[in-house]
Design a protein around this ligand. Structure first.
Ligand SMILES: Nc1nc2c(c(=O)[nH]1)N[C@H]1C(S)=C(S)[C@@H](COP(=O)(O)O)O[C@H]1N2
Ligand SMILES: [Mo]
Length: 569
């Protein structure tokens, strides 16, 4: 590797950029009707609920009906045990799963911090959030989605310390793949060895048995378990079944529902969850459910004989020694050490992390999503009342001069590896074609919005300029600057630009493109995330490969924020 190349590869995240106010747990609010309340008000409510259910449990268990329920339906069913002991693969997949989940959840929080608001409807209108992690959106100035991010402590966020969704996504997705592979291995072995019988309920009697458990637990009676807790009780079985066969798959599916490539190709997909934002909110709630599960799980393990339980979970033995506890502490220690290392690595070797992610996650995305040409159309009444803006409106004399003359002097320069370079005025572009589409924009930060875009299908431009055969990528350069200074730009494959919905847009919602949203011309490439839709386009260049231009990573955010070079999720 040449020295210059090495220096670039070693480029890392800096603290100066991307600092935002710290997230404060005291500011987390939920909406009820038209008002927002601190989520801390849930605590006394939950406490009252707990007290009430203990009281109800104690009263019910003393009644005849209660007695006949717990005697007629044992909490720990008498079904034959599958096979005694624990197998090594159960322990390995269990520990690996814990390790992966810690990374996924921490990186997930970091991703959420980039747009700390959750919605129920498809639109992301300020003051219509169902849950928000910072105050209301200021209304007295332009407030971009980038302005809205918050900083997490490195104790919570991966890597924390500033907003950096690029880095967080790399960790999140790399560990998602490991999580899925581990999950598949676990489920395959579960069925291959017949041990699924421990998890999958096969008889309806599990329901009254579970009822019996609920009554006994809420009355604070630990159900009788002769010989120790070697067999799952009905509630355990149902919750393990739920975590493995419902929560896990739902986490994956709701995560995929945030993909622009999927949503703008198969509209039915996000509808499974209601809409794209409901899927994002559900993705968050599933994380909460996982945490709740872990908390209850560990509490029960501790409450029913910590060391013995850990022994039988980890080693399948009840040696009345501390092997299981030792294993737990080793697993915890390795997880903590890895997390400390991963935070440091994020800061010192950011470019390496990005490259690894491009080569794994990026390749997989290309393979899975490449052939999905976006074509979903929304209806007039679906158009979002609010469209978050992003980026810095250009300030150069060149652009402000054009703006002051209403872009009459604007000329789009299209050049590079083409047979017929052109310079086109807005009038010429309008005469070239006028295509209308109502589509959903998905920002990498998590918000989305539906809008009507009108402009020239990019295929028209391709026909006009006739790219040379070796031209595989197209660079889009903006009049605007990125957050750290320097020209904003990005790149697309010619293949993506041939999609019927790839558009050079000169109108938004039936009006000439507003200054804030990219006047006079912006890009729409509906299978990709928002940051690839360059606004305030100055010129277009056909090249062999994006690495020949700019910082070499594919675009401004790829260079400065370490984003992936294609982002279809
Ligand atoms: N020139 C330029 N184009 C840009 C950006 C930018 O900062 N500069 N931000 C991108 C991002 S991150 C998004 S989500 C969309 C936002 O488009 P909107 O402001 O119309 O919502 O523009 C993209 N295009
Ligand atoms: Mo974005």
């Amino acid at each position: 590797m040449a020295d210059a190349e090495r220096a670039f590869a070693e480029q890392s995240l800096t603290r100066e950029q991307g600092r935002h106010p710290r997230m404060r747990l005291s500011q987390v609010q939920m909406r009820l009707g038209s008002r927002f309340f601190s989520v801390w008000w849930l605590l006394p409510g939950l406490l009252m609920l707990a007290v009430a259910s203990v009281a109800a449990g104690k009263v019910f268990i003393a009644t005849g009906a209660g007695q006949s329920l717990i005697h007629g339906h044992p909490c720990v069913p008498h079904t034959p045990r599958v096979s005694p002991g624990v197998q090594w693969w159960v322990v390995v997949t269990h520990v690996a799963n814990f390790f992966f989940m810690v990374m996924i959840i921490r990186a997930g929080w970091q991703i959420l911090a980039d747009h700390p608001r959750l919605y129920a409807k498809v639109h992301c209108t300020p003051d219509r959030e169902v849950l928000r992690f910072r105050g209301p959106v200021p209304k007295d100035r332009v407030w971009t989605a980038k302005d809205d991010a918050v900083t997490l402590s490195p104790l919570f966020g991966m890597p924390g310390g500033r907003h950096t969704i690029g880095v967080a996504r790399h960790w999140h997705f790399i560990f998602d793949i490991l999580f899925v592979v581990n999950g598949i291995a676990y489920v395959v072995l579960l069925f291959a060895t017949g041990r699924y019988l421990k998890l999958v309920p096969t008889e309806l009697s599990i329901l009254p048995d579970a009822g019996s458990c609920i009554v006994q637990y809420s009355a604070l009676h630990l159900p009788a378990a002769p010989g120790g807790y070697v067999r799952f009780d009905a509630i355990q079985q149902l919750s393990y079944f739920g975590v493995v066969f419902l929560l896990g798959p739902l986490a994956i599916l709701s995560g995929l529902a945030m993909s622009p490539a999927l949503d703008n190709r198969f509209q039915w997909y996000q509808r499974i969850f209601g809409n794209r934002q409901a899927a994002r909110t559900l993705h968050f709630l599933i994380m909460c459910a996982f945490l709740l599960f872990y908390a209850v799980h560990m509490t029960m393990v501790a409450a029913t004989g910590f060391a013995d339980n850990l022994d039988s979970i980890a080693l399948g033995s009840r040696g009345h020694d501390l092997n299981g506890v030792a294993l737990l502490f080793v697993a915890l220690g390795v997880t903590i050490a890895f997390n400390v290392w991963a935070v440091r690595f994020s800061w010192t070797h950011t470019r390496v992390l990005q490259r690894v992610s491009n080569a794994t996650v990026g390749r997989l995305m290309d393979l899975l999503f490449d052939h999905y040409a976006p074509r979903a159309e929304y209806r007039e009444q679906d158009i979002s009342p609010f469209f978050w803006p992003n980026g810095l409106v250009p300030t150069s004399d060149e652009w402000t001069g054009l703006r002051d003359r209403e872009f009459r002097d604007y000329r789009l320069r299209v050049h590079g590896l083409v047979e017929h370079p052109v310079e086109l005025s807005l009038r010429q572009l309008r005469e070239l074609a006028h295509q209308d589409q109502i589509t959903m924009h998905n920002c990498i930060q998590g918000w989305s919005a539906i809008g009507r875009w009108s402009g020239v299908p990019f295929t028209k431009l391709i026909e006009l300029v006739r790219p040379q055969p070796e031209a595989r990528w197209v660079m889009f350069y903006s009049y605007g600057e990125g957050g750290e200074g320097g020209q904003y730009y990005d790149s697309h494959t010619v293949d993506d630009l041939r999609h019927p919905q790839s558009l050079l847009a000169y109108e938004m919602n039936g009006e000439p493109l507003p200054l804030l949203h990219g006047a006079p011309l912006r890009l729409r490439v509906e299978n990709q995330l928002g940051f690839k839709h360059v606004k305030w386009i100055k010129e277009i260049e056909f090249v062999r490969h994006f690495s020949e231009r700019g910082g070499g990573e594919g675009g401004y955010n790829e260079d400065h924020e370490f984003y992936g070079y294609r982002d279809e999720i």
